[in-house]
Design a protein. Structure first.
Length: 227
């Protein structure tokens, strides 16, 4: 069974790799963990600093690491709630709960002192309320492997024009208009009902547009601006 998880052999990850690798910033309190040394063994560059929020910062991702026992204790004393709120400052954030190789997070026999449903509910709250993804790792080396993948992940540039599927013709026209700041569904429908086409809306005089949607019409001046 152990071979199944051995997908990151050291001989395939060397310092000679041409992939751009981000430096990993680590909170100095993580020095007692084996994760930093495991990251170095994977060929990654690390730097210890005093991080006000999160334990690891890599590739624009803020990572909070909790062992299972730390997760339970910080859940009980509500320290984790404050840490989750602080993580909200980062658009990309992640919680790693570590130690499933040696310890259960909860079981139906309630040996941790907490009802299993309390822990299940708290996990759901982290994902649904705080919008923070959770990764469960086996041990410190496994945590390092997850961080390694994040550090090597290339971010793709996201196009400004997002496609919305399964729209009919009228919905597509309305969707395009709603892309202009300040133009909501009501304003878009009023314009389309009056002018019928996007071209006529764009070419219409400002005075005529303002009669229909007021000052919001000024946004259409944008179509005459140069990039």
């Amino acid at each position: 069974m152990s071979n199944m998880y051995n997908i990151f052999p050291k001989e395939k990850i060397t310092k000679k790799s041409k992939e751009p690798i981000s430096k990993i910033l680590i909170d100095y309190r993580e020095k007692n963990s084996l994760v930093p040394s495991s990251l170095v063994n994977l060929g990654l560059e690390i730097e210890f600093k005093e991080l006000k929020v999160a334990d690891y910062l890599v590739n624009n991702v803020a990572i909070e690491r909790k062992t299972i026992s730390d997760f339970i204790s910080s859940m009980l004393n509500k320290r984790l709630l404050k840490q989750l709120e602080e993580l909200q400052q980062y658009p990309n954030r992640l919680l790693i709960i570590e130690g499933f190789e040696e310890q259960e997070l909860y079981n139906d026999e309630n040996t941790s002192g907490l009802h299993p449903n309390s822990i299940r509910g708290f996990l759901l709250s982290i994902v649904l309320k705080h919008k923070i993804p959770i990764i469960f790792s086996k041990n410190e080396k496994d945590t390092a492997r997850f961080i390694n993948l994040i550090s090597r992940k290339k971010e793709r540039e996201i196009g400004l024009n997002v496609n919305k599927k399964n729209l009919n013709k009228k919905e597509r026209l309305q969707y395009i208009l709603e892309g202009f700041p300040g133009i909501g569904p009501k304003a878009a429908k009023k314009l389309l009902q009056k002018f019928k086409t996007l071209q006529k809306i764009i070419n219409a005089p400002q005075e005529e547009l303002k009669k229909i949607i007021g000052k919001k019409a000024e946004i259409f001046k944008l179509v005459k601006e140069k990039y």
